[in-house]
Design a protein around this ligand. Structure first.
Ligand code: SAM
Length: 340
């Protein structure tokens, strides 16, 4: 069954945040000195998550990505992966991690049935890693990537948020690193999402400049023509290397967006830029079945008109989505709560 919104976009892809906690403090995501965390009692149990996922599956969701915060901080995560992997209607079960705890967990995640892994990696320089994330740990991340490969994860992806003046000189080294790991690299434009309180257009390193810089190093860059709702446009270099660019800031792709996001406490967001979400925890804890929940979701999705990133592009003066005080008051506005 496929459920479409008012722009004809199917509900096919769910990003599931399993925790709002993170063990890094990346400058583009969590630059503040302090945060308001979701109350522990509100965090969904694995059984509750599974019941919600069943509701989404009833409506046609067949791609699921676990996110956070840092998903590997969620206790017993492989048990959740096992529960979800048993749902055969989910043809793509993926997880995005900063990689810090991956060396330890990659074998368990593989055994639990996780299909794919994406690791965020913005720099290959340890001092820069420390400056950007306010924590040490590049070595651990690299060990995590090696462990993921050793555990048998193929089609590994690496995601790099590129900030002007911070790491825009690392496009080529990151591409070389990804190639050596047989991983596909995706460059991400710095987005003015909730949490990015230091965002300004001056610090965005746009897709056009990324392409120019890569072409200067490697020669012609050929776009791959694909019909997909994936956020990354993919490109081919003459030597066969494929990489992606996620240009949500300068070239949004709302018209193909089939993604929605569920926070660890059961709030459902139908757009990354949405100011408000839809509370699924209350009906869930009141005993709603997967079918009851599916009816709620379908009614909501059928009214969806979100085009958040395109609307941001149309703004005369573009500033961070939310101020620090607003984020402390409503942590659901945060990227690390929504799961990116
Ligand atoms: N902790 C995990 C990780 O680091 O991959 C998963 C959660 S993180 C919020 C998910 C993704 O959002 C990461 O790839 C991160 O780089 C990206 N992200 C966070 N803030 C961003 C921003 N302002 N612009 C672009 N990407 C951002």
């Amino acid at each position: 069954m496929s459920t479409v919104d008012l722009h004809g976009r199917a509900l096919a892809n769910l990003r599931l945040s399993v925790t709002d906690r993170c063990n890094l403090r990346c400058a583009y995501c969590m630059p503040e000195p302090e945060y308001t965390w979701l109350a522990k009692s509100l965090i969904l149990s694995f059984e509750e998550i599974a019941r919600l996922v069943d509701a989404f599956v009833l409506l046609g969701v067949d791609r699921l990505r676990l996110r956070g915060g840092e998903p590997l901080l969620r206790k017993y995560l492989p048990a959740l992966v096992e529960l979800l992997a048993a749902r055969t209607a989910i043809r793509d079960l993926a997880l995005t991690t900063n990689g810090l705890l991956l060396a330890e967990l990659a074998p368990q995640l593989a055994r639990a049935g996780l299909h794919r892994l994406t690791v965020s990696l913005d720099t290959l320089d340890p001092a820069r890693f420390r400056a950007l994330t306010r924590r040490d740990g590049l070595e651990q991340v690299l060990a995590g990537i090696a462990a993921a490969r050793a555990a048998g994860f193929r089609k590994l992806k690496l995601d790099s948020v590129i900030l002007r003046g911070t790491n825009d000189d690392e496009l080529v080294p990151l591409l070389e690193f990804a190639r050596a790991q047989e991983a596909e690299l995706r460059f991400i434009e710095y987005m003015d999402v909730g949490g990015a309180t230091n965002w300004s257009m001056d610090t965005v390193f746009p897709r056009a400049e990324m392409l120019a810089r890569i072409a200067a190093a490697y020669g012609p860059v050929t776009p791959l023509v694909e019909h997909s709702s994936a956020p990354a446009e993919r490109f081919l270099l003459a030597d066969g290397t494929v990489f992606g660019i996620i240009a949500s800031t300068t070239q949004p792709f709302c018209s193909a967006c089939d993604r929605s996001r569920l926070t660890a406490d059961g709030m459902w967001f139908t757009c990354l830029y949405a100011r408000t979400g839809f509370d699924l925890r209350t009906p869930l804890r009141a005993g709603a079945s997967a079918e009851d929940l599916a009816a709620l979701l379908a009614a909501r999705w059928a009214r969806r008109t979100d085009r958040g990133a395109e609307e941001r592009l149309g703004l005369y003066r573009r500033e961070p989505l939310a101020e620090s005080a607003e984020l402390r008051h409503d942590p659901h506005l945060e990227m690390h709560t929504r799961g990116g």
